[in-house]
Design a protein around this ligand. Structure first.
Ligand code: SME
Length: 151
């Protein structure tokens, strides 16, 4: 897998834009969408102030109408409450799922922790069925740790 070289690209993005977290996250979304064949939509959601909802942050891919997601709703909203990685090999098998595009077959959502608190997540949609492995989880956990350092 291409994750090790991507880490170097991400470290460079961080070094160049450390004072601008949005710019870093935008760069990460675009880098991942372009570089990883099974990543078709890549975005960050963050807790919206004191509300029990997520708000869409930087993303790469088709625009989505799901810019606000209540806690508990969809894969993203469930991760906001569970604090656990959620890998969905087949989105059609999920009851509590919010469809963003009919081409999406699978999804991975990894929570982002700052000082031990679940403040957001990275969300990736794939048009490929069942493409995600532990390698994706480990890589995306690493990405979120790096982003948390500049938040
Ligand atoms: N599918 C997600 C909604 C966000 S879109 O994938 C961009 C969910 O079920 O929470």
């Amino acid at each position: 897998m291409m994750f090790e070289p991507l880490k170097e690209n991400i470290k460079a993005l961080l070094a160049e834009n450390a004072t601008d977290p949005k710019q870093v996250m935008q760069g990460i979304c675009e880098l991942l969408k372009t570089s990883v064949p099974h990543y078709d939509w890549v975005g960050f959601y963050f807790k919206n102030g004191d509300k029990r909802e997520l708000r869409l942050g930087p993303y790469a891919g088709e625009a989505t109408e799901h810019t606000i997601i209540p806690f508990g709703k969809g894969i993203c909203g469930q991760v906001a409450e569970s604090n656990q990685n959620f890998v969905v090999p087949d989105v059609s098998a999920q009851d509590n799922y919010i469809a963003c595009s009919l081409t999406v077959k699978s999804e991975i959502v990894i929570p982002l922790f700052k000082n031990g608190e679940n403040i957001g997540q990275i969300d990736i949609d794939s048009n490929t069925p069942d493409p995600f492995t532990e390698k994706d989880e480990q890589f995306l956990e690493w990405v979120n740790k790096k982003v948390a350092e500049i938040l």
